[in-house]
Ligand binder design. Structure first.
Ligand SMILES: *[C@@H]1O[C@H](CO)[C@@H](O)[C@H](O)[C@H]1NC(C)=O
Ligand SMILES: *[C@@H]1O[C@H](CO)[C@@H](O)[C@H](O)[C@H]1NC(C)=O
Ligand SMILES: *[C@@H]1O[C@H](CO)[C@@H](O)[C@H](O)[C@H]1NC(C)=O
Ligand SMILES: *[C@@H]1O[C@H](CO)[C@@H](O)[C@H](O)[C@H]1NC(C)=O
Ligand SMILES: *[C@@H]1O[C@H](CO)[C@@H](O)[C@H](O)[C@H]1NC(C)=O
Ligand SMILES: *[C@@H]1O[C@H](CO)[C@@H](O)[C@H](O)[C@H]1NC(C)=O
Ligand SMILES: *[C@@H]1O[C@H](CO)[C@@H](O)[C@H](O)[C@H]1NC(C)=O
Ligand SMILES: *[C@@H]1O[C@H](CO)[C@@H](O)[C@H](O)[C@H]1NC(C)=O
Length: 339
């Protein structure tokens, strides 16, 4: 029973290897896949170890005629200028039918140009609004290996790949939505086209930057980090209203204690009365106020004065009381001694 099973399994495996041998073509390509630049050169060998009636290469360019004598033939193109070349090596074995092995060829071309621009150009940008950036990649093949990457300075923002299987060069446009804030003022946006053709492709994968990066200017309104500040009046007082904004803000000051118009962002003075001073920083995008409360050190003076006077008074009273009691006691003693 068990032996029968083994015999059966043996027969099945024989059958499988037999059909396998029929499917297999006794040819070997070296290399088995090629990645070649458009206009570049390529050479691939095809060899066999079986006796045959002929072996050859077929291709839409530079085919190799069938030969009976050789066991190794080379397909060679010094300047490949076809996108769809489809070469294959074939053999007519003495035993069996003609068979062939296809050579996968990837013909690539790095982009002619990569450029970045803004859609609906409104320069400069305004904080918080949405804008669309556009990257145009021209003349790249095959697009299925292309990745378009977006960068802000050195930070990767987004990337796009393509699933088209077209082999000839194409133009691609990719867009990116951005909502810049004040920190993005002066940032540099660029897009980069990368052609990653795998292990057989050029290493490292070719990368092409957008020719001119996009330098972004962002308009934003003033915004103070704190809206009030209390200052104890010393010899000198400095009220600093300076705040970052684009365009640079104008400053106006208002206070019951100011009788002249001040347009600078800082007030430095030794003769500033205690009270409330309001600064208003304004640019085209908006305004923001900051309130300074100047307190005089006078209140502290009175406190110490009162305390010192009070202590002096207490000391005086204690001394008087002491004198009074001691004189009284002395009188008592005098009386006692007299007795
Ligand atoms: C082709 O040549 C290589 C090296 O010369 C050899 O190892 C290989 O077995 C050959 N292939 C066939 C199918 O004969
Ligand atoms: C095969 O090679 C021999 C000499 O090596 C040559 O005389 C003959 O013409 C060749 N045959 C073919 C079909 O190329
Ligand atoms: C990033 O790219 C993906 C696919 O390309 C897209 O769906 C997504 O909206 C993009 N994100 C931004 C912020 O543009
Ligand atoms: C790509 O753009 C270039 C230049 O604008 C144009 O000449 C070419 O025909 C375009 N190619 C395709 C495939 O649309
Ligand atoms: C990066 O962007 C900031 C603004 O966000 C800019 O001030 C700075 O110069 C940029 N740095 C580089 C290295 O480009
Ligand atoms: C693209 O530009 C950036 C910044 O200018 C640089 O760091 C990077 O090396 C460039 N990449 C290529 C492939 O030229
Ligand atoms: C300050 O400016 C206002 C209007 O801008 C003007 O009416 C006022 O006279 C000015 N005051 C002084 C002291 O210059
Ligand atoms: C600040 O000044 C701007 C421009 O003059 C004005 O529109 C705004 O109302 C002022 N802000 C305050 C709180 O007074």
């Amino acid at each position: 029973m068990f032996q029968h099973l083994i015999v059966y399994l043996f027969a099945v495996s024989q059958l499988v290897s037999l059909t396998g041998a029929q499917d297999e073509c006794p040819l070997q390509l070296n290399p088995q896949r090629v990645v070649v630049r458009y206009g570049g050169s390529v050479a691939v060998t095809c060899n066999t170890s079986v006796a045959h009636k002929g072996i050859g290469w077929e291709a839409s360019e530079r085919l190799v005629p069938m030969t009976r004598n050789q066991s190794l033939i080379t397909w060679r193109v010094s300047e490949l200028t076809e996108w769809d070349i489809n070469p294959y090596c074939y053999i007519n074995p003495n035993k069996g039918a003609q068979c062939q092995i296809e050579l996968p060829v990837t013909v690539y071309k790095t982009p002619d140009s990569v450029s970045i621009s803004t859609v609906i150009h409104t320069e400069p940008m305004k904080e918080g609004q949405q804008y669309e950036l556009q990257c145009d990649v021209h003349g790249v093949a095959p697009v299925q290996y292309l990745t378009v990457k977006w960068y802000k300075n050195q930070t990767l923002l987004n990337q796009t790949t393509f699933s088209d299987t077209i082999e000839t060069p194409v133009n691609k446009t990719v867009t990116l939505l951005i909502r810049p804030d004040r920190a993005d003022d002066g940032a540099q946006y660029r897009c980069e086209a990368e052609l990653d053709l795998g292990a057989e492709g050029p290493q490292p994968p070719p990368k092409i930057n957008s020719t001119e990066p996009l330098n972004v200017e962002v308009y934003y309104k003033p915004r103070h980090s704190s809206s009030t500040e209390t200052i104890i009046k010393d010899d000198k007082v400095m009220l600093d209203c300076t705040v970052k904004a684009n365009p640079a803000p104008d400053y106006t000051w208002s206070s019951d204690h100011l009788n002249l118009n001040i347009s600078s962002s800082v007030i430095k003075s030794s003769a500033l009365s205690p009270g409330k001073y309001t600064c208003n920083a304004t640019n085209t995008q908006g305004s923001d106020i900051k309130v300074f409360i100047v307190k005089s050190t006078g209140t502290r003076h009175t406190f110490w004065t009162v305390l010192i006077v009070f202590l002096l008074l207490v000391t005086l009273i204690v001394i008087i009381l002491f004198c009074f009691f001691s004189s009284f006691l002395m009188k008592c003693c005098d009386i006692n001694t007299l007795k």
